[in-house]
Design a protein around this ligand. Structure first.
Ligand SMILES: [Zn+2]
Length: 223
């Protein structure tokens, strides 16, 4: 099946699932979008982990990596995807240098990796009766999100994190869902009974909680 056909079928499946319910359509559409993005991210994390075992030197400067943290994944051929044989590790500075030198080569490169940082938001563990984690999002943070490709919600007791693409997240942080806290902050929680989901607090307009299924990754973030 060609990609366009896959997209058409996916759209149709979401429409069939949602019927005439716009909330159901919204939720299913965001869910599929966020999950596919996470699949890509998990693939990259696995490749990076495998390469860290095998590759000791940065191909740009021939020096070793101090640690796995912060090391960049570079695609040798920017027109191809992320796979073990097409990827190599580089120091972050070397990666940027490398692309400075090679920008003229048909624009092939992986500047996207460099220019798509992740905004982190950390929560302590609350261990409340109803919820375990709580991120309070103020309007300033919401605006800041536009500069980032994704937000990562971090649990500061375990270091686990989930990755939510900014467009998906913004779909949940609407005017109707602003609470009475601060300057109309939004509340995002992990409820005790729903560990695999981010729970979006209803706003002052008495709407319902919304839930976004997420994957909590326990390995250290290595971009
Ligand atoms: Zn290097």
């Amino acid at each position: 099946m060609e990609p366009q056909e896959i997209l058409n079928r996916t759209r149709k499946a979401i429409r069939d699932h949602a019927g005439n319910n716009p909330d159901k359509w919204f939720y299913a559409n965001r869910f599929v979008f966020a999950r596919l993005q996470l699949d890509e991210r998990k693939t990259k994390t696995q490749i990076k982990r495998d390469l860290l075992q095998a590759q000791k030197l940065c191909p740009h400067c021939n020096k070793p990596f101090e640690s796995g943290a912060g090391v960049h994944l570079h695609r040798r051929d920017g027109s191809r995807g992320y796979s073990l044989d097409n990827c190599t590790l580089m120091h972050p500075g070397c990666h940027i240098e490398h692309h400075k030198d090679s920008l003229c080569e048909a624009g092939i490169g992986d500047l996207g990796e460099v220019a798509s940082p992740v905004l982190e938001k950390t929560s302590r563990r609350y261990d409340g009766k109803l919820f375990l984690y709580w991120w309070d999002i103020n309007p300033v943070f919401l605006n800041k999100m536009d500069l980032y490709e994704a937000v990562e919600f971090v649990r500061n007791d375990t270091g686990e994190r989930c990755h939510v693409p900014t467009p998906a997240l913004k779909g949940f942080l609407t005017k109707e869902r602003q609470t009475g806290r601060g300057k109309g902050n939004w509340g995002i929680k992990v409820l005790r009974e729903r560990d695999g989901e981010l729970a979006f607090e209803p706003g002052t307009k008495k709407n319902q909680w919304l839930f976004l299924p997420v994957v909590w990754l326990s390995e250290a973030y290595e971009d």
